[in-house]
Unconditional design. Structure first.
Length: 303
């Protein structure tokens, strides 16, 4: 069963087509990531799915509802975690989560939810005393208060340090295993690669690619990468003739190649014949970030 069905979705602001014939489906229980540069149409699309913005045309069904007319029955079954949200600063964490949960006929136990988002020691703390990361975890608790079947997550780990980000990823993974469908927007490509079952890439309001992260990485025939350190006494000119693009920075060598196996075989054969080691040798497939940059036409970064 599909939790989300979008067909030929359109929305314009004057002459600007923010969403231009968009179509995709999200099966129930999956994590689906919407990616794209600023202005690609992600926010407009998500707000239409949430029921907060009207569409000009096309068909949208979310949990069997048209979000534009689903009303309270629809909103009781979804959760929304915005990129930033305002809180009543004088409430404690427990008071705010209990209040949010009370608005839904089906709800999580507030104390269990506070434990789930790792705010156990902050139950009695007022919102105004929370750190930025703790407020973001409170955002997530409030979005989950109504035990939603579908959770909209907008940039859920913005401002998190690496350890907090990995804890948030683990929590999202637990929600997925419990059967929650999640629509995720993020600018962290590693986050989409870690969490998403499927990814949709938008550009100028249109869908340019959709598939699993591995399908997007392999579908663009992007080069793989071989990295190693030059052996002592060796120079770049001593290396065998490789098919890929070779860059040397001091002793560090990077080879971007579409014939990864062949070039790796040439390098290791050369090293064995010369009786030397290739320190820190690593062979890496294209990343989701590289696929994304190619699909959106943005400049390729160095990694």
């Amino acid at each position: 069963m599909d939790a989300i069905v979008v067909r030929d979705l359109r929305r314009a602001y004057g002459p600007v087509r923010a969403v231009d014939g968009l179509g995709f489906t999200v099966p129930a229980g999956q994590v689906f990531a919407l990616l794209g540069p600023n202005g690609a149409g992600k926010t407009t699309t998500v707000e239409i799915l949430e029921g907060y913005r009207r569409r000009d045309g096309g068909e949208v069904r979310v949990l069997g509802f048209d979000p534009a007319t689903g009303g309270r029955a629809y909103r009781e079954r979804i959760g929304v975690v915005l990129q930033s949200a305002g809180f009543e600063e004088e409430f404690t964490v427990r008071e705010l989560v209990r209040l949010q949960a009370s608005l839904y006929p089906r709800r999580h136990d507030p104390d269990e939810l506070i434990d789930l988002v790792e705010l156990t020691g902050k139950r009695a703390t007022k919102v105004k005393a929370l750190s930025g990361g703790q407020r973001r975890r409170l955002d997530l608790a409030l979005g989950l208060a109504g035990a939603p079947e579908l959770l909209f997550l907008d940039e859920p780990t913005t401002g998190f340090d690496p350890a907090a980000r990995h804890r948030a990823w683990a929590l999202i993974g637990r929600l997925r295993r419990l059967g929650t469908t999640i629509l995720l927007t993020t600018h962290y490509l590693e986050e989409a690669q870690e969490l998403a079952d499927r990814v949709a890439v938008l550009r100028s309001g249109r869908l340019v690619a959709v598939g699993t992260p591995d399908e997007l990485r392999s579908g663009g025939r992007l080069p793989g990468r071989i990295t190693f350190r030059l052996p002592p006494g060796a120079a770049a000119g001593d290396l065998p003739a490789l098919t890929g693009d070779v860059r040397v920075d001091g002793r560090e060598v990077v080879v971007d190649t579409r014939r990864t196996v062949a070039d790796a075989w040439l390098l290791t054969g050369w090293a064995v014949h010369a009786g030397v080691d290739l320190a820190d040798l690593a062979v890496s497939p294209p990343t989701l970030e590289e696929a994304y940059l190619a699909l959106t036409g943005e400049a390729r970064g160095e990694h």
